[in-house]
Design a protein around this ligand. Structure first.
Ligand code: NAP
Length: 253
């Protein structure tokens, strides 16, 4: 296994994914993580260039791949190209996700399928594409970005909540399948994080949400990225099949 970890992150151009790419690429003081990163994005070419410039560390290799994460064929092709560039893969972060909110009465079958395909099918696609490599090297860290909505539901988000609940079931099943191969599979369930995805909310919706957050603030993308970094570090070697909420105390079980 190489000294430098090699990571693939889906949806790496904006919000939480961008913070994850930066977190994994950051050279830590104590040698916990030294990652070269390939990230996948779908539309924002300028964002992809920006992030590569922002990292700009001669010791870290960053590669960007444009692909639709919901396509199985594109995932296979992209992972294979990423592995060629990185020299292998140790870490996969399934982060790409979208919303198409509407109450069930108005939700169209297309909105349901699109959200399920991008949020859940993509997790299947990329996990399937990397796992054979991880099994062969007997090492892998897979982190799936779910949501607290997948645990408690949310009116207007039946499609999104179903996709995130699906990610949680998927995470636990694959964690059980891969545990003996030294591959851990965990999920993070963010609460309300300040990104473009949540910019659409009205002031009234924000106020209501804040009332339900004991820590009285929304999260930052870095709050989630730090937990990804931890789950990919040596300190988390004995953690698998877990869902870690990063939500300021919004959901307590
Ligand atoms: P965001 O700011 O909207 O960013 C979404 C990212 O996903 C972008 O980089 C986007 O790339 C990429 N993406 C979208 N569709 C894609 C596709 N078909 N193929 C490949 N990449 C695609 O979202 P975010 O708030 O950072 O959310 C990131 C993840 O966290 C999502 O899974 C989301 O469900 C989850 N989450 C977010 C929150 C929150 O409060 N923000 C809470 C819980 C969970 P392009 O820019 O190129 O389109």
């Amino acid at each position: 296994m190489s000294l430098n970890k090699r990571a693939i992150v889906t949806g790496g151009t904006r919000g939480i994914g961008r913070a994850i790419v930066k977190e994994l690429a950051a050279r830590s003081c104590c040698g916990v993580l030294f990652s070269d990163v390939a990230f996948i994005y779908n539309s924002c070419d300028e964002c992809a260039e920006e992030i590569q410039q922002e990292i700009n560390d001669p010791g870290t290799k960053i590669f960007a791949f444009k692909a639709d994460a919901s396509s199985f064929e594109e995932a296979e092709e992209t992972v294979s190209k990423a592995i060629e560039k990185l020299g292998g893969v140790d870490i996969l972060v399934n982060n790409a996700g979208i919303t198409r909110d509407n109450l069930m009465l108005r939700m169209t079958p297309e909105d349901f399928d699109t959200v399920l395909n991008i949020n859940l099918r993509s997790v299947f696609n990329y996990t399937k594409a990397v796992m054979k490599h991880m099994i062969k090297q007997r090492y892998g860290r897979i982190v799936n970005i779910a949501s607290v909505v997948g645990l408690i539901g949310n009116p207007g988000q039946a499609n999104y909540a179903a996709s995130k609940a699906g990610i949680i079931g998927f995470t636990k099943s694959v964690a059980r399948e891969l545990a003996t191969r030294n591959i851990t599979v965990n999920a993070i369930a963010p609460g309300f994080i300040e990104t473009e995805m949540t910019e659409k909310l009205t002031d009234q919706q924000r106020e209501i949400l804040l009332r339900n957050i004991p820590m009285q603030r929304f999260g930052k993308p870095e709050d989630v990225a730090k937990v990804v970094g931890f789950l990919c570090s040596k300190d988390a070697d004995y953690i698998t099949g877990q869902v870690i909420n990063v939500d300021g105390g919004m959901v307590m079980s």
